[in-house]
Ligand binder design. Structure first.
Ligand code: MN3
Length: 196
């Protein structure tokens, strides 16, 4: 079944001044939409291969499926992780778990920021629940699909592809990440944690 582009859960200008209207509009309507289209194209090509028995291009299309599928999933998460009334710190079970696994919210925030700013080229900073270790992990996704732990559930993601910040921050990725924290919707992140 084809996937579709989820509607942005707020207006294009809802994340200003941290993330500008033009950035959000292009990011959602062009980039995120492109991953949805790319996933559907790859899925269709693999379906054709299965039907025809011509498997000569499946290496290419499975790579495309992973790239665009992971891109579509991470962008859907990214928009829901943010909101106009974001910022501050989490409360409840998520807050307790962060203290258990990282020592304090400040220590977690410093680690997540450092890891995210340090992503090589295009990728994401990720807070994930790792069911094997039974703890939260701060991780990186290079591109969209590389360096994941299978089965770990991403809870909070920060897109550091240049398209996520270049219009507003040019090369100053760290400034964007600092502003991004002010729009994190902790209610969304906590609900995801409670669902794992
Ligand atoms: Mn993006």
């Amino acid at each position: 079944m084809p996937i579709s582009l989820p509607a942005l859960p707020y207006a294009y200008d809802a994340l200003e001044p941290a993330i500008g209207k033009s950035t959000v509009e292009l990011h959602h309507d062009k980039h995120h939409a492109g991953y949805v289209t790319g996933y559907n194209t790859a899925e269709g090509k693999l379906k054709e291969a299965a039907a025809s028995g011509d498997f000569s291009s499946v290496k290419h299309w499975t790579r495309e499926l992973a790239f665009h599928g992971a891109g579509a999933a991470l962008h859907a998460l990214y928009w829901n992780n943010l909101g106009p009334d974001g910022g501050g710190e989490p409360t409840g079970a998520l807050a307790d778990r962060i203290v258990t696994d990282f020592g304090s919210f400040e220590a977690f925030k410093k680690l997540f920021t450092a890891v995210t700013v340090a992503v090589e080229a295009s990728g994401w900073g990720v807070l994930a629940w790792d069911p094997y270790a039974g703890r939260l992990q701060v991780m990186v996704a290079e591109k969209h699909q590389d360096l994941a732990i299978w089965g770990a559930t991403p809870l909070l993601v920060c897109d550091v592809w240049e398209h996520a910040y270049y219009l507003g921050y040019q090369n100053l990725r760290a400034k964007y990440v600092e502003a991004w924290w002010t729009k994190v919707n902790w209610g969304d992140v906590a609900a995801r944690y409670e669902g794992v």
